[in-house]
Design a protein around this ligand. Structure first.
Ligand code: ATP
Length: 424
């Protein structure tokens, strides 16, 4: 294991030694755990480091932050402290704990416990290893479930037969790790997986817990194989029958991945686009029952529900009721940005996609150079018509009929004159 630590970037290695020395001084046992150990053994680097202390993890987290010049955020409910170090490394310091499940799918009851008990409550063998950081045993691997061998055999294996029943979120975690690492579910684990799904365990999860699992899938670099595998194992339709994947879904998810997500950019909702793809045009009652089941937050609910409003706009464009870019803008202005980006990226019809692109990238950002003050300077009496005039001028600008500030002023004046032209 010392070789794996030796291969870490020097900055991380030094921080781990520093934390180990501090644990010695505090008379505590300190370990690197979970995904951090897994990725280290795979030779993958990461900047979020999970540490576990046998004893007061929160107190130790505070001391570590002070010693390392970092910022510390305690989370008393989870007996953890996050330490953000100045060089961009994040350390999560937890108290070694036991977790007991009072009923399937419920959140566990947590109490502090020795390290071996902490490892035994974990999800998969590859995530149930620890590495000692105290100076005397620095680099010693603690691997009670043979996780290292499973890493070599490229398999995801649960620690005990009741694992998926205790916590059905592990069904989604299992497939996420399987596909991310290009591993396979171990045979017995797959059998328990199918039994848990057939036994209705997904139904024991609350909407928000399920949705968090879906979100975690969507922020992976390639979500499609995860969705596909979940569906083949029956877990997607177990959330809601309407979520069974199909060929259309593959195209959409791949199109979203191809065009950008989930790379960070000015847009922070790539994961939402995948979920919109999953929930896309279904009958409104179906959509409503999916929303009732998953209880999404306001932004996601709006993005999903606005798909129905988009369908109506689409029909209006097809029937010719919406023609100009300005009409289109007016019709979609109150549709969620997420929904509009989704259709912009994925609409199968090229003409419609171009219309959406113009709206999303250009027209919705268009502003006038004139305002109420300009109208006043033009001698137009202050009144309720200001709104209408400015709106009309903006429409002309969106439609490309005018461009410069002078043209805007002229158009505003003409409109006012037309509104007030005596009628005979
Ligand atoms: P990632 O690379 O996605 O961050 P990770 O393994 O670090 O993966 P986390 O969700 O951050 O995953 O969890 C950290 C560790 O906590 C896991 O490695 C695992 O040991 C444990 N863990 C997380 N969720 C569960 C769960 N539902 N049941 C049991 N153990 C869990």
């Amino acid at each position: 294991m010392k070789e794996a630590i030796a291969q870490l970037p020097a900055g991380i290695r030094d921080r781990l030694s520093q934390a180990g020395r501090l644990a010695d001084e505090s008379g505590l046992d300190l370990y690197l755990v979970g995904g951090t150990v897994r990725d280290m053994l795979l030779g993958w680097s990461r900047t979020d480091i999970d540490l576990v202390v046998e004893g007061d993890g929160m107190g130790f987290g505070g001391r570590l932050a002070r010693a390392a010049g970092g910022r510390c955020t305690p989370h008393p409910r989870f007996l953890t402290t996050t330490v953000d170090l100045p060089e961009g490394i994040n350390m999560d310091v937890a108290t070694a704990r036991s977790e007991t499940y009072e009923r399937p799918g419920a959140l566990p009851r947590v109490a502090s416990a020795p390290m071996d008990v902490d490892l035994a409550r974990r999800d998969f063998t590859i995530n149930a290893m620890a590495v000692s950081l105290n100076e005397r045993r620095f680099g010693d691997l603690v691997d009670p479930f043979n996780g290292r061998a499973d890493l070599q055999k490229k398999r995801v294996r649960i620690l005990h037969n009741g694992s998926f029943i205790d916590d059905p979120t592990r069904l989604f975690r299992a497939v996420r790790f399987e596909q991310r690492l290009r591993f396979r579910l171990e045979r017995g684990t797959e059998r328990r997986f199918r039994e848990a799904v057939a036994g209705g365990m997904v139904g024991n999860l609350s909407g928000p817990r399920l949705l968090e699992q879906l979100r975690l899938i969507c922020v992976e670099s390639d979500p499609w194989p995860i969705f596909e595998r979940l569906e083949r194992l029956g877990a997607l339709s177990a959330i809601h029958p309407a979520l069974a994947s199909d060929e259309g879904l593959e195209t959409l998810v791949r199109e979203i991945s191809r065009t950008g997500g989930p790379a960070p950019s000015t847009y922070d909702g790539w994961w939402i686009l995948y979920l919109v793809a999953l929930f896309r045009p279904r009958r409104e009652e179906t959509l409503q029952s999916v929303v009732d089941r998953l209880k999404p937050n306001r932004r996601l609910r709006r993005a999903i529900e606005d798909m129905s409003r988009w369908s109506r706009v689409e029909q209006a464009v097809e029937s010719g009721a919406i023609e100009t870019p300005a009409d289109f803008c007016r019709a979609v202005r109150t549709i969620s940005e997420d929904t509009m980006l989704f259709v912009t990226l994925t609409h199968p019809d090229e003409g419609m996609r171009r219309r959406c692109e113009s709206y999303y990238h250009k027209h919705r950002h268009m502003r006038l150079s004139i305002d109420g003050g300009t109208l006043k300077d033009l001698g137009i009496p202050v009144g309720p018509e200001y709104g209408r005039i400015l709106d009309e001028v903006l429409s002309m600008k969106i439609n490309g009929e005018i461009g410069t500030a002078d043209e805007e002023r002229r158009a505003a004046r003409d409109l006012w004159l037309r509104l007030h032209r005596p009628t005979h």
